[in-house]
Ligand binder design. Structure first.
Ligand SMILES: Nc1ncnc2c1ncn2[C@@H]1O[C@H](COP(=O)(O)OP(=O)(O)OP(=O)(O)O)[C@@H](O)[C@H]1O
Ligand SMILES: [Mg+2]
Length: 249
């Protein structure tokens, strides 16, 4: 691919100081991701996935190294600038949905658009459009607790999509779902990718990573595999990491 990458990370280090000891949570991550990719970042507990996600998602900045997001150097940005990048460019999906319990689905999905300065009419129209896209447009008046887990995750995906972000960042999005519902959510993410959305999926589970097109595996803060999913599957078959426990509840 010749186009400039959406994400370019060069030798990213994130070091946490814990008293006398240092934890190198990310230890020299170099990575390029282009628009339209569907990448799984996979690794065991404590390998540095969330640390990396926080940097990619402009929730945190690295100790050293360079992070370019859509042509902008985010590595040393602070506070409000970082928040602006985050709001404009990234749609987040978390394991625990993070929906507002007292607001209906339409309100939940349209709220981030308010921060983006969109008029009320446009917000409602867009929110309904993305709720329909994820297959729950008819439930727009419901509150989150009136939905199943899978449906709640669809709402959070709709919310992530609403502002037309450059990137959807999903951290263990199926972690709280049963296998059938997980399947549906993964299929939805695949469909959104086919329609051109760039997706980064973070997971500890190889079988979920295998749904992406490209896999980046991290161990002890370092990338130990980066390539096509087919090649990743071949490495799993050879042994080592095959049986990571599925801690989904
Ligand atoms: N705020 C922090 N202060 C100190 N150490 C931290 C902090 N956050 C993470 N760490 C350490 O950095 C390492 C990587 O943590 P991280 O949360 O990125 O792992 P992870 O891959 O997301 O794990 P999990 O799958 O359990 O969520 C761990 O050793 C962790 O203890
Ligand atoms: Mg984590």
């Amino acid at each position: 691919m010749d186009a400039a990458p959406l994400i370019e990370m060069i030798d990213i280090q994130k070091v946490y100081e814990m008293g006398d000891t240092q934890v190198r949570a990310n230890d020299g991550i170099t990575l390029k991701i282009h628009q339209g990719e569907f990448v799984a970042i996979v690794g065991k507990s404590g390998s540095g996935k969330s640390t990396l996600m926080n940097i990619i998602g402009a929730l945190d900045t690295p100790t050293s190294g360079k992070y370019i997001l859509n042509g902008q150097d985010v590595s040393k940005m602070k506070g409000d600038y970082l928040a602006e990048i985050r709001n404009k460019m990234i749609g987040f999906v978390f394991q625990q949905y993070n929906l507002l319990p007292k607001q209906n689905l339409l309100e939940n999905v349209s709220l981030p658009l308010l921060y983006a300065g969109m008029s009320e009419g446009k917000r409602k129209k867009r929110a309904l459009e993305v709720l329909e896209k994820v297959g729950i447009g008819d439930k727009w008046r419901n509150q989150p607790n009136q939905l199943s887990g899978g449906q709640q995750q669809r709402v959070s995906i709709a919310r992530a999509l609403a502002g037309r972000p450059s990137l959807i960042l999903a951290d263990e999005p199926t972690g709280a779902l049963d296998s059938r519902t997980s399947r549906e959510v993964l299929d939805l993410l695949k469909e959104l990718n086919r329609e051109g959305n760039t997706i980064i999926l973070i997971t500890h589970d190889n079988s979920i990573a295998a749904e992406a097109k490209r896999v980046v595996r991290i161990m002890d803060g370092k990338i130990t595999f980066d390539g096509k999913v087919e090649n990743y599957k071949a490495t799993i078959k050879e042994g080592e990491e095959e049986h990571e426990p599925d801690t989904g509840i």
